[in-house]
Design a protein around this ligand. Sequence first.
Ligand code: SF4
Length: 279
Amino acid sequence: MTTETPAVSLEAKSPYELRVHLGDGLPEQTVREALASGDMGFLHSFTTGSAVDGPGVRLVAWTSGCMWRCRYCHNPDTWTLRNGFPVSISRATEELRKYSHGLKIMKGGFTLSGGEPLMQHRFAVKLLAAAKKMGVHTTIETNGYYADKVSDAELEYIDLVMLGMKTWDAARHKHLVGLENGPTLAFARRLAERKRPMWVRFVLVPGLTDDLDDLAKTAEFAAGLGNVERVEVLPFHQMGAYKWERLGLEYTLEDTQPPTPELCEQACEVFRKAGLKAY
Ligand code: SF4
């Protein structure tokens, strides 16, 4: 019996395409084995030509499954592992191989994003290792919560970590995403100790993450690490709002406006003042 879903296209126009229930038919035992071995993963999609998910032009694999529940998540359909479609590591590697030559020529690379890619850490490590073997630059976008499941040796398969940092204050963090930020901070320190390149990603949401004093603490922490090459301040937007409605989830940000350019600049300034490059 094949466990894949050949009828579903691996590629999507964008991660904002709503994809649900694609892995529903799989027996629980198969899912457990896939997670343990990494021979099969669950993907929302692949997208090509991204210029915002790492250096240069990127092929991005969007995984399904996330342990956080960020109030401003743009892709809540990726929260559930089984919303993704099952794909074998060999099929995912072949997809990567199709683009590897072009990615190298364009000085781009492969990015594993989600969802939270380390929910499927065995699959993630295998796919990143395959990309490295092809000589393709590798990036992971992660919240770092499960990073202790990746060994130091396996970290070497990752050329760049784009770490999502949400807020400094522990109570606010829990309110925003449902879990604490300790593991994320611990991963940042570990990457710094190992001198692994890191970018910080920070979503700026008016009324939720725009406390400049709180931001200054995140900035001070990031600047003290010594391995943060840049900070990306990402303005909140409503492009994923329709997904909350379609999934029957309670969305609390209907009335929240994207931050003004002035507020974005203020936030960048906080990071720059700490000595970091921020965009
Ligand atoms: S960590 Fe990312 S995928 Fe997970 S809930 Fe937050 S924004 Fe969504």
